[in-house]
Design a binder for this molecule. Structure first.
Ligand code: CIR
Length: 260
């Protein structure tokens, strides 16, 4: 049987990125040309790992639209359009939904629910949902309702001091998670092999698992070393400008298997 392509839905950097939402970082000047070049290199990295990259045009009126992960949760059976916690981000999903409609039936989180895709970590049939400033109990409950018939189980996870659950934990290999124990209770993930970020690299827990390795920010060499020592192949990318907008590697794409 031919293996299905992995599609990466991405969206080019908005010229208004500097007006992005910020929660934990001070605003600093963002070089848009550099951010655009870094995003281009990110897409090339995904392509080099076998993804079919779909680049949506930039939405210049929507500063955070490059962070497509937050507007949908895509599972094999269904895609759930989120209702992002930040009001400025609520219209970002429309263009992404038009693309996803070609691949999955669509469902949606409705008010008063809020949910950011960055708060959803899928591991098999388990959907860990971060309770953050962006995602509320109603959003998590609606996600459970839309996915229960496919056998998914939502488990809420408290987060402290970070934007999203996936700022604090991401999957890097089968059965293996990369964690920042300062921002979540790592006991929740006791059944996994855990790799902790290097204490000098607080923001290093977000990696994008693709195929046999991860796409990973080049600015965390100590944690990169821990990943490599654990046998994980790392494709480094420079994300410095997108990081000034509190972006990371998972948030710039939505990965989905083509076909049923
Ligand atoms: C925001 O605050 O919503 C954006 N500036 C950054 C979103 C990053 N998203 C993600 O990590 N999933």
């Amino acid at each position: 049987m031919q293996s299905q392509a992995l599609i990466a839905v991405t969206r080019n950097v908005s010229s208004s990125l500097a007006s992005c939402e910020l929660s934990y970082m001070p605003r600093s000047s963002i070089d848009i040309l550099r951010a655009t070049a870094q995003h281009h290199a990110y897409r090339l990295a995904l392509g080099s790992l076998g993804c079919k990259v779909l680049p949506l045009p930039a939405e210049h009126g929507l500063p955070d639209a490059v962070f497509v992960e937050d507007v949908a949760v895509v599972l094999d059976e269904v895609a759930i359009l989120t209702r992002p916690g930040a009001e400025s981000r609520r219209t970002e999903g429309a263009a992404v939904a038009r693309v996803l409609a070609h691949y999955r039936p669509l469902r949606a989180i409705e008010a008063p629910g809020t949910l950011d895709g960055g708060d959803v970590l899928r591991v098999g049939r388990k959907l860990y949902v971060g309770r953050s400033a962006r995602t509320n109990a109603e959003g998590a409950a609606q996600l459970q309702a839309w996915t229960a018939s496919f056998g998914y189980e939502v488990q809420e996870v408290s987060t402290h001091g970070c934007l999203h659950l996936k700022s604090a934990v991401s999957q890097v290999a089968e059965g293996t998670l990369l964690v920042q124990p300062a921002w979540i209770d790592k006991a929740v993930f006791a059944d996994f092999r855990l790799i902790e970020v290097d204490p000098a690299e607080a923001h290093a827990a977000n990696a994008l698992w693709v195929g046999d390795g991860v796409v990973y920010p080049a600015c965390f060499p100590r944690t990169q070393r821990r990943l490599e020592d654990a046998g994980i192949a790392v494709t480094p990318v420079d994300m410095s400008e997108l990081q000034k907008a509190e972006g990371a590697v998972t948030c710039c794409s939505l990965l989905l298997r083509e076909g049923p």
